[in-house]
Structure formats: C-alpha cells, structure tokens
Write a protein that binds this ligand. Structure first.
Ligand SMILES: C[S@@+](CC[C@H](N)C(=O)[O-])C[C@H]1O[C@@H](n2cnc3c(N)ncnc32)[C@H](O)[C@@H]1O
Ligand SMILES: [Zn+2]
Ligand SMILES: [Zn+2]
Ligand SMILES: [Zn+2]
Length: 340
C-alpha cells in the first residue's frame, strides 16, 4: 500500500526526532495545512446521551440504541454507520451490567483491532503513515508501564473476547504502546474532553513548546492550522502537552509519556517560566478555557502593558482560528485589547 500524499506537506527524517512533517509552500497564520478523519475513536462515557457516538455532534433529543439504551445517535443513519463499532460493546454492556468498566484506552484498542481486521485498503486517515507503522517505544516501557499495559490487555480479554480475535501478546503490547504515544484527546470548542482517537497522519508531527500549528476538532475530524507563519521547508510542530506548565514539568512529562528530551527554544531559555508559574497558580481557580488568554492578562497585571497586549493579540489570533471571528470569547478579548 503506497502512501498517497497530502498536497503541500511532506514526510522527512527530522534530525534527532525520527520521522517528521514539513511544508513545501508558505502558510499564513490561521491557514489550514491539512485535516485527517479519525482512524478509530471512542466517545467518553461522561458525554453519553449528550453527543452522538458516531459524528460527535452535541445536540438535544438524541435517539438511543433500543438494545442497550446506552448509546445515543443523531438519527438512524449515524446509528447504522456506528454499528460495526457499537456491536463490540452493545451486548456486553447488557450482560455485564454495572460491572462493564473497560478503560477508554481499552475501548479504543478494541475498535482499532476490529477496524484493522476489516481493512482492505489504505484509509483516508493514512495518506502518509499506516497505523501499524506508528512509533511504539515498546522497548522503553518501564515496569510500571508494563504492568499497566498488562492490566489493559487483561481488560481487553475480559470485556471483548466474545466479538474479537486478538493479535498475539507482543502484537497487543505494541498496539497499546502505539496508542499511548500517538493517541489524541478529542476536545470541543470549550476544551471539554469528548473522547479518545487515533489519527495516523497527524501522529507524524513532532513536538515543540513553541508550536507553529494547533490541532482543532470538527466532529471526529482533526484540523491542523498554522499559529505562526511557516516558510517552505520548515518542520511542522504541534504541542503534545499543556504549555502553561513551567519548563521542568514539561520536560518531565514529555520524557515520561513520549521518551524524548525537548530541546526547543522555550526549554533552553525558560524565558516564560515565571509567568507560567503564576498563571498555573491562578488557573487552578479558573476554568481551563480561560487559560489561553491568561498570559496576556497577567502581563498587564504585572505592569508590562506592551508585552501584555502583544500576548493578548497572539491569544486572539489562536482563538480566532479555534472559535471563529464572531465567537463570544473572541469578541470579549478584542474589547479587552481595545480597552487597554
Ligand atoms: C507522535 S510521534 C511523532 C512522529 C515520530 N517522530 C515518528 O517517527 O513516528 C512521537 C514521537 O516522536 C519523537 N519526538 C517528537 N517530538 C520530538 C522532539 N521535539 N524531539 C525529539 N523527539 C521527538 C519521540 O520519539 C516521540 O515519542
Ligand atoms: Zn450523528
Ligand atoms: Zn446498544
Ligand atoms: Zn520544549
């Protein structure tokens, strides 16, 4: 199965970082570089009844599965499309009742196995990279992670063995390791966690704490948009983690979950650490969605107005991309900048 490619984007060997993606033309702030449908995904149990299991649309009056009464859909069309995945769980949820409790990772892996089994050709989520070729880092699992993975494997056998034939043990270890270092949390525009998904092409992007793109979600499609000007030949970097953590924390998280030492400009200079520490403290008391523009407010509070306004303007550029120009957050932030 030969890679079909994405116009304007190419895979390359990024020095010290394995494979990576770079652009072959210039992209401006806000521009869409590419989008990728989820290869497999699962709606979080907390969002059940509020969001369609198939297309991740949030709306009132969703119709429920007549059998288990635990899966909700926009209409019959979404329900039918979702059946190949839901059938892995529908009957089991009835049989196990209250005791049905596989983790989200286990649920996602079950869906991946079912999809791999039925897959005959390269999927639209794998224009550049096949799921089976994603980085795994299986050799680097420490005892704690190995035990956790074994527990996941036991969970998979316990809850899914009626409807699935599993790969051998080594194959399962690889699959769980791949999901750990390539999985994405799907968020809505309020940054609430909707579920887990895997996007092979997007998993080719390496990390930087000063990223030039962000990933946003439209239903179960991920979109990659520029948050900085990107020149032809430049590598595309996203951020794997919450950037409001100070350098020591970021480095530790990246090492622990993704097995690399970040050498980006921010990790080398630690220039924003003081501000980030204060934002963290404050942001514990406020909601997640406000943290994006806290940086700017903080600068202003610290009496560094020009830096503050430029930070707010940067936050505005990102928020316009994420929420659209007419969204209330964007309007509020614009007013705030004008008021300063
Ligand atoms: C989602 S994958 C990204 C694509 C990966 N380079 C590959 O070849 O499949 C995540 C892995 O890429 C590598 N990686 C990502 N960002 C990196 C960075 N800034 N420095 C070094 N390695 C990085 C790490 O091995 C990490 O576990
Ligand atoms: Zn739907
Ligand atoms: Zn059902
Ligand atoms: Zn970094």
């Amino acid at each position: 199965m030969k890679a079909v490619g994405i116009v304007g984007i190419e895979q390359f060997a990024s020095p010290g970082k394995g494979r990576g993606l770079r652009v072959s033309r210039a992209y401006g702030v806000g521009e869409l570089l590419f989008s990728c449908p989820a290869y497999s995904y699962v709606l979080s149990v907390n969002e059940r009844g509020l969001i369609c299991e198939q297309c991740f649309t949030r709306k009132k009056g969703l119709a429920k599965c007549g059998k288990c009464k635990k899966a909700f859909y926009c209409n019959v069309n979404c329900q039918k499309k979702n059946w190949p995945m839901h059938k892995l769980e529908c009957h089991a949820m009835c049989t196990f009742g209250e005791n049905w409790c596989p983790s989200e990772t286990v649920r996602l892996v079950a869906r991946i196995i079912a999809r791999l089994r039925d897959q005959k050709e390269r999927s639209p989520s794998e224009k550049l990279l096949l799921l089976k070729d994603m980085e795994a880092h299986t050799e680097e699992l420490d005892n704690e992670k190995r035990e956790m993975t074994e527990a996941h494997i036991a969970g998979l056998h316990h809850f899914y063995s009626k409807h699935l034939d599993f790969p051998d043990h080594q194959g399962l270890l690889t699959l769980f390791s791949q999901v750990h270092c390539n999985g994405f949390t799907v968020e809505d525009e309020e940054l609430s966690n909707l579920g887990l998904a895997i996007f092979p092409d997007i998993a080719l992007m390496n990390h930087s704490c000063c990223p030039n793109v962000i990933i946003t979600y439209r239903g179960v499609n991920a979109e990659v948009r520029a948050v900085q000007e990107i020149s032809p030949g430049q590598e595309i970097y996203t951020s794997y983690i919450d950037l409001l953590y100070p350098t020591e924390d970021r480095i530790e998280r990246l090492r622990d979950a993704y097995y690399f030492n970040c050498d980006c400009k921010e990790c080398t200079t630690k220039s924003m650490d003081m501000v980030k520490m204060k934002v963290r403290k404050l942001s514990d008391e406020i909601s997640q969605k406000d943290t994006r523009d806290m940086m700017g407010r903080l600068y202003i509070a610290l009496d560094r107005k020009s830096t503050g306004i430029s930070a707010l303007q940067k936050a505005l550029a990102i928020m316009e991309v994420v929420h659209g120009k007419d969204h209330t957050y964007v309007m509020e932030l614009k007013q705030e900048i004008l008021g300063e």
